[in-house]
Design a binder for this molecule. Structure first.
Ligand code: ZN
Length: 274
């Protein structure tokens, strides 16, 4: 049955192949199983193009290639990809800006394709393929990922390198953390250190400015516990020394959640916003 579909010039399409674990895309044709012009789902930049494929690999059993295709990076980081375009009809070049609805090429049967159609993919900013069917007639998901950056100081090492998300952890061996600082690229975050054998120090707010830390938490004395609160529509998840993860909760910013064990030196800090 024909449905609304903004990636065809006609505005309607039918699904000829659905999204599955092995086929992480949707195959579409025009209403009444017709071939149609394909257009850009949304504004963006063309990041990949193949336009010189004039053959089909399906009958010989492979290779499983897209044939002629266009991949667009949209401004919020998501990608769309249109495959098996007819030879000689690709209208765009790599690096070109395209508007929503701009013509890309005509449906075809190039590459690993069993009959003329458009193989359409939607990918996240990390290039992971997701079910494209919800987006045939709707805007792409909003990219609301929040990155957190942080670093710690130890007596032995001084300030250690900055860590992003869980790509690494902050710390070095069992060297005791004596100060730390945190920043985010969206929203705000605050953080607080507990001095071993002492008390909680005042909260420090980390702003969302690039490469800018508002200040550090600590008094250059051994820290045993930390408390972190992300102020936004997500939560901070953090831990000390591989102890169980702590989530900032509704009790944050005035609750009693914290990571670490009172009286035990903190030597490893990990934070993610999710
Ligand atoms: Zn397909």
């Amino acid at each position: 049955m024909a449905r609304k579909c903004r990636i065809l010039a006609s505005g309607t399409c039918e699904i000829s192949g659905g999204y599955t674990k092995s086929h992480q895309a949707v195959d579409i044709v025009g209403a009444g199983y017709t071939l149609q012009w394909e257009v850009a789902h949304s504004e963006g930049t063309v990041v990949e193009v193949v336009s010189n494929c004039n053959y089909n690999t399906y009958k010989q059993g492979g290779p499983k290639i897209y044939g002629n295709y266009v991949k667009i990076k949209h401004d919020d980081g998501y990608y769309t990809l249109y495959a098996h375009i007819k030879y000689g009809t690709v209208k765009v070049k790599k690096g070109q800006r395209v508007k929503k609805g701009e013509t890309l090429g005509y449906m075809g049967n190039t590459g690993y394709s069993d009959g003329g159609h458009c193989h359409f993919e939607v990918r996240t900013p990390n290039d992971v393929k997701i079910d494209p069917i919800p987006y045939l007639d709707a805007d792409l998901p909003k990219n609301d990922k929040v990155n957190v950056y942080y670093k710690v100081r130890t007596k032995e090492d001084g300030w250690l390198p900055e860590v992003k998300n869980l790509e690494d952890y902050a710390g070095y061996g069992k060297h005791t953390i004596i100060d730390f600082m945190v920043r985010v690229d969206k929203g705000n975050i605050w953080y607080q250190a507990h001095i071993k054998g002492g008390k909680w120090l005042p909260k420090v707010t980390g702003y969302n400015e690039k490469d800018f830390y508002n200040g550090y938490a600590g008094e250059s004395k051994p820290i045993d516990c930390v408390r972190i609160c992300y102020d936004g529509n997500k939560n901070a998840k953090y831990r000390i020394n591989n102890l169980p993860w702590v989530y900032n909760t509704k009790k944050c910013p005035n609750g009693d959640d914290f990571a670490g064990n009172i009286g035990e030196n903190a030597y490893k800090l990990e934070i993610i916003i999710e």
